[in-house]
Design a protein around this ligand. Structure first.
Ligand code: ADP
Ligand code: MG
Length: 337
C-alpha cells in the first residue's frame, strides 16, 4: 500500500489511418498506488480504452513509459509481456466469455494456458466462482447467464492467475443500475479482501463516486485533473471535471435563479458538512447569498440563504435533503442580499 504499482510517464499514442494521424493519448502522466481503486473517467473517444490497453502493452505506446511494479514494460518482448499480463487481469463491457465453454471452463482457461494441471485448475476455478458468488452456476454456459452473472464469471477468470491489478474497461456500462451496484460492491470487496489494485475506466461519475478513492479525468487525450475523489467532487478545478461533477450545469458555476432557500441552524449540526453533503448528494453547486451563523462547539446556530439551481426537481431535492437533516428550510423568493 502507498507504493506506486502502475506508473505512466509522458505516454503518447497515435494511430496512423489512411486519412490522418489520430492522437489518442497526449503526454499522459499517472501514478496508481498499490491498493487503490483508481477511476479514469472521460467522454467517449477521450482515449480511455487506449490508455488501459497501454497499461498492459496490448497497445504499444508511441512515446513514453509504463512501469508496472517497478518494471519498465516498454522494453519487454512478447513472451515476457505475456507473463506480466498474468499479473494484470482485465474485464470488459462485453464480458468476452468463450460461448462454447461453461462458466467453470471459462475460469479454467487462463490456468490451462499457464500450464496448470486440469484437476488443479478446476479446483482453483471453483474457489473463484465461490468468491464471486456463482458456485451454483459452474456448469452454465454464458448464454444461460444474466449480464451480471457473466461479468462475475469474467471477474473470476481475470483473478485466476492471481493478478496484482484488475483493469476494468466500462465493466458495468452494459448493466442496469442494480446489477451495476452489485458488481461494484463485489469489486470493492475483492479490493479489500485480496488487496487487489483496481483500475476503473468509466464515463459515469456515479461509478467513481461509489467505489474509487482516486480519479483522473481524461479529456481529449490528456489528463485534465487527478486527485482524491472527495477533492474533485468538492473542488473541481477544470471545466472537464465540472462537466462530470455537475452534469447539466454546462460549465456555468451556478445557473441564474431567483429561487432561494433560507436554512435555519438550530444547533443540531454544523453547517459546512451539511452543505457539502447536499452539494454532493444533489450534484449541483449553490451560491451562498447570506450567512449569519455561529459555530458553537461544532454546532451551528443562525441562518443562511442560498441560491438554488433553476431546475425545480433539483431545488426540491435540496429542500428534502436539508429537512431530512432536521433543519428548518423555507423558500425565500426574491431574496435581496
Ligand atoms: N486502432 C485504432 N486505430 C485508429 N484509431 C483508433 C484506434 N483505437 C482508438 N482509436 C481512436 O483513438 C481515440 C480514442 O479512442 P478510445 O481509447 O477507444 O476512447 P474511449 O475508450 O475513451 O472511448 C478515438 O478517436 C478513436 O477513434
Ligand atoms: Mg472505450
Amino acid at each position: 500500500m502507498g507504493q506506486a504499482l502502475i506508473e505512466i510517464r509522458h505516454l503518447s499514442k497515435s494511430f496512423q489511418t489512411k486519412e490522418a494521424e489520430i492522437t489518442a493519448l497526449n503526454d499522459i502522466d499517472l501514478t496508481i498506488e498499490g491498493g487503490d481503486i483508481f477511476g479514469i473517467i472521460g467522454m467517449s473517444g477521450a482515449g480511455k480504452s487506449t490508455l488501459v490497453r497501454c497499461m498492459n502493452m496490448l497497445e504499444r505506446p508511441t512515446q513514453g513509459t509504463v512501469l508496472f511494479d517497478g518494471k519498465d514494460l516498454s522494453g519487454l518482448g512478447e513472451q515476457e509481456l505475456r507473463k506480466v499480463r498474468r499479473s494484470m487481469g482485465m474485464i470488459f463491457q462485453q464480458f468476452n466469455l468463450l460461448l462454447q465453454r461453461t462458466a467453470l471452463e471459462n475460469v479454467c482457461f487462463p490456468l490451462e494456458i499457464a500450464g496448470m494441471r486440469q484437476s488443479d485448475a478446476k479446483k482453483r476455478a471453483r474457489e473463484l466462482l465461490d468468491l464471486v458468488g456463482l458456485s451454483d452456476r459452474a456448469e452454465s454456459y454464458p448464454t444461460q447467464l444474466s449480464g451480471g452473472q457473466k461479468q462475475r464469471v469474467a471477474i473470476a477468470r481475470a483473478l485466476a492467475t492471481d493478478p496484482k491489478a484488475l483493469l476494468c474497461d466500462e465493466a458495468t456500462s452494459a448493466l442496469d443500475p442494480t446489477t451495476t451496484q452489485s458488481i461494484l460492491s463485489l469489486l470493492r470487496d475483492i479490493n479489500r479482501r485480496l488487496g487487489l489494485t483496481i483500475v476503473i475506466i468509466t464515463h459515469e461519475m456515479s461509478v467513481v463516486e461509489k467505489i474509487c478513492n482516486r480519479v483522473a479525468i481524461i479529456d481529449e487525450s490528456r489528463i485534465a485533473e487527478t486527485g482524491l475523489v472527495a477533492d474533485i467532487f468538492t473542488k473541481p478545478r477544470t471545466a472537464a471535471a465540472r462537466k462530470f461533477v455537475y452534469p447539466g450545469a454546462e460549465g456555468q458555476a451556478v445557473s441564474i435563479s431567483k429561487r432561494c432557500m433560507r436554512i435555519v441552524f438550530n444547533g443540531t449540526s454544523s453547517c459546512e458538512p451539511v452543505l457539502a453533503e447536499m452539494i454532493l448528494a444533489c450534484k449541483a453547486p449553490v451560491n451562498i447569498l447570506f450567512a449569519d451563523t455561529k459555530n458553537l462547539d461544532g454546532k451551528a446556530f443562525g441562518q443562511m440563504v442560498i441560491q438554488l439551481p433553476e431546475e425545480k426537481d433539483l431545488a426540491q431535492k435540496m429542500f428534502r435533503f436539508i429537512r431530512a437533516k432536521g433543519l428548518d428550510a423555507e423558500e425565500a423568493d426574491d431574496y435581496v442580499g
